[in-house]
Design a protein around this ligand. Structure first.
Ligand code: ADE
Length: 292
């Protein structure tokens, strides 16, 4: 079971968003667990305040170090006591400090999230996401607890909750058992740099548009080949950057393709030769008949 711990000021937003559909089923079946930890619950301020003005001036408020740190420590303690046996403990060193799990601060300043990062994160037993709000979080607590700075793209959102939810979704679906069809995580877009091929369901003709003939043929080998070609063509056209990566990792595909094309050319030439041979023979015959 993989456990997601999300440190946030808006736990309902995270829980509502993530306890739906496939992830809800995965939580119910105990393939994953998702907890949203309310940072406000850990503030020592008697009015429940978690933010304050920034030193040096400037607009906006900053989340203070104390509630963030204490919320994280509470999660870390729970993780440590869950993994009772020392053998199970995998230690992570950040800034010379030993900690028991990866702590991902979602920020536009981080490394851009991608499928490879999702795959790597899916190997962890626990992942902690730290969501900032307002102008961000006091740098000192980030230095103390964060192991990874990750962004979901070059745009700025009002808080880290949506990015944390995006990453949780992308990682959770890679956890064994979460997706029903064992195949789909491996064959879908990006798993191997290729985008997905086009898919069709009933009816066969919709608004005058016909489902590609090959998909109705029942020839599974041909269908697979067509799908791969569609994926390659689509990736080359829409995401040339991904196509380059795929092509570099699949030289064998191009060798096979070149060999197949050469075979087909030879066959066509043979057919042409055979055709012109019979043509020639027939002309000769008719000329002999004419002479006779
Ligand atoms: N917080 C605000 N914007 C973000 C982004 N693009 N990625 C991650 N965290 C963020």
């Amino acid at each position: 079971m993989m456990n997601f711990h999300i440190l946030t000021l808006f736990p309902e937003m995270v829980m509502q968003g993530l306890h739906t559909s496939i992830l809800k089923r995965a939580v119910d079946k105990e393939y994953i667990s998702i907890e949203a930890v309310n940072i406000r619950d850990y503030t020592l301020n008697k009015h429940g305040k978690v933010d304050d003005y920034t030193y040096g001036g400037g607009a906006g408020m900053l989340m203070q170090a104390q509630p963030v740190y204490d919320a994280y420590r509470a999660v870390e303690q729970r993780i440590i006591s869950k993994r009772q046996s020392g053998a199970q403990m995998r230690e992570i060193r950040t800034n010379g400090r030993i900690q028991s799990c990866r702590v991902i601060y979602v920020t536009p300043q981080g490394k851009t999230f991608n499928q490879e990062m999702a795959q790597e994160m899916a190997r962890e037993e626990d992942l902690v996401f730290l969501c900032g709000h307002y102008e961000g979080i006091d740098e000192r607590v980030l230095e103390e607890i964060v192991t990874d700075y990750v962004s979901i793209g070059d745009y700025v959102l009002t808080g880290g909750e949506l990015p944390a939810m995006v990453m949780t979704d992308a990682v959770a679906r890679l956890v064994p058992g979460v997706l029903h069809n064992g195949e789909s995580a491996a064959t879908e877009s990006f798993s191997d740099y290729l985008l997905e091929y086009p898919q069709y369901s009933r009816p066969e003709v919709w608004q005058g548009r016909q489902v590609p003939e090959i998909l109705l043929s029942g020839d599974h080998a041909k269908i697979e080949e067509w799908r791969l070609e569609q994926s390659i063509e689509r990736t080359k056209r829409l995401r040339p950057d991904l196509y380059e990566k795929w092509a570099a990792a699949h030289e064998a595909y191009f060798m096979r393709k070149a060999k197949k094309e050469a075979r087909e050319r030879r066959k066509a030439m043979k057919r042409q030769k055979a055709g012109s041979q019979t043509n020639m023979e027939e002309t000769q015959k008719s000329e002999v008949q004419k002479i006779e």
